[in-house]
Design a protein around this ligand. Structure first.
Ligand code: DGY
Length: 435
């Protein structure tokens, strides 16, 4: 609780023309799910800033409903790869000319974010009007996922690039990524920028980057048309976490619709279909967690990782399943880990410093905290909150953090980018007075 004013200061410094950058050099544009979490954070003290950020995000929505994971509001920044000219969003005729964007999406956070904002500002007429006006755009985004990204009409959409999941280099994707055969000459020459700005040990490997670029090129080749990509992409995953967040946001939209007298019939149909297939597809009894599904090779991705806990946030698991998930967290805390490492600490693939292969991520703690509270695991929820507070208080507002308590004792900073917007925002959200 020591650093509330510093958190606000960081967000202010990362504020550009109507939006926040995640951190100034490493990610100098508007990122979709970062932006959502930051708008939620700023809504606790500056509602105007919050609504402006959301509006700005939707200024980049494509005609087919897609919300891109990056909006390149400035074409002058040169510290990031792949930049707007590499993505060439103009190959899709429904992509706006300005802002230019990437050709992939990210977790569907805006439904639940709008609901949280609406609830906290119910008496503010401007907020109610804002939510009413933006509602069809959010629905349109969800429609995109169901129409273009769900080839078998299961109510569970796919991703074709690990960056879409937000958990870029999680070992979850290793097997599917390693199966990709890259034909000679399929990757144009490129130069990474991230490793000049963050420690190489804390970033994805070169081999992974080649595959990221290959999948990007594949999307571009098919004009970012989700239906064609579903047929051609060697990487086709139904991510349990992204689908849980979609379900959470559907539910929020359904409730917003009933409060503001809007039509939710289509959303209710999607929701029913998604929920009817979710557990069969993603629950793994042996691991006691939800897992992803490789749609190209028809198999579950058998790893314990942070996304497997997010269904708690969407009220998806039954009570016995939720109890297993709570045990998983309790076990980690007893064994000397801060909550919650992004990957299975007992796996040989665990790497405590490398991005999504082990470190703790602030916005994940926020969703877990809320999810555990949904199921009245209040003690574990408090640990999830206190651990993040402890890490930020000791190590600063970094992008991600070491989870092993013994190691943290000897550290003076976190990992990845510094002065990070969603770290500041998660801190504000977890420490606000009313939750
Ligand atoms: C990056 O550049 O590392 C991003 O996570 C991709 O969106």
């Amino acid at each position: 609780m020591k650093h509330i004013s510093q958190a606000k200061e960081i967000i202010k410094e990362n504020w550009r023309d109507g939006f926040t950058v995640p951190t100034s050099m490493l990610y100098p544009f508007q990122w979709m799910w970062d932006s959502g979490f930051v708008a939620l954070g700023t809504s606790t003290y500056d509602i105007k800033m919050s609504l402006t950020e959301i509006d700005k995000m939707f200024s980049g929505q494509w005609k087919n409903g897609m919300l891109p994971h990056i909006l390149f509001h400035s074409e002058k920044e040169n510290t990031y790869f792949p930049n707007f000219d590499f993505w060439e969003s103009s190959v899709n005729e429904g992509a706006p000319n300005s802002p230019k964007s990437s050709g992939i999406t990210q977790p569907a956070v805006f439904g639940f974010i709008l609901q949280e904002i609406l609830r906290a500002h119910w008496k503010n007429e401007e907020v109610r009007k804002f939510v009413k006006d933006i509602f069809p755009k959010v629905v349109n985004y969800h429609r995109f996922l169901y129409d273009y990204r769900d080839p078998h009409k299961e109510g569970l959409f796919y991703i074709y690039h690990p960056w879409e999941s937000g958990r870029d280099n999680s070992p979850l994707w290793d097997e599917s990524m390693n199966k990709i055969e890259i034909p000679d000459g399929a990757i144009p020459s490129y130069q990474r920028r991230d490793t000049a700005l963050a420690n190489t040990n804390e970033r994805p490997t070169q081999n992974q980057y080649d595959r990221y670029v290959y999948l990007l090129e594949l999307g571009k080749k098919y004009k970012y048309d989700g239906r064609q990509i579903a047929e051609e992409s060697p990487f086709l995953i139904q991510d349990n976490m992204m689908n849980a967040i979609l379900i959470k946001s559907n539910q929020s939209l359904i409730e917003i619709a009933s409060e503001l007298d809007l039509d939710a019939s289509e959303i209710k149909e999607w929701q029913e279909l998604s929920l009817s297939n979710y557990d069969d597809k993603f629950w793994n009894e042996e691991l006691g967690l939800y897992v992803g599904y490789d749609l190209r090779h028809n198999k579950q991705l058998l790893h314990k990782e942070i996304g497997g806990l997010v269904p708690l946030f969407a009220n998806i698991p039954s009570k016995p399943k939720a109890a297993k998930m709570n045990n998983y967290l309790q076990d980690l805390t007893k064994r000397g880990y801060y909550l919650c490492p992004s990957f299975d600490v007992d796996s040989p693939l665990f790497e405590s410093q490398r991005y999504w292969r082990g470190p703790i991520w602030p916005q994940m703690n926020y969703m877990l905290y809320k999810g555990l509270k949904n199921y009245e695991y209040l003690e574990t929820a408090e640990i999830v909150k206190d651990d993040l507070n402890t890490l930020i208080d000791k190590l600063g507002f970094y992008e991600y953090f070491e989870s092993q308590k013994e190691i943290v004792k000897h550290l003076s900073k976190g990992y990845g980018g510094g002065n990070f917007s969603w770290t500041a925002s998660s801190y504000l959200l977890l420490n606000r007075k009313t939750k």
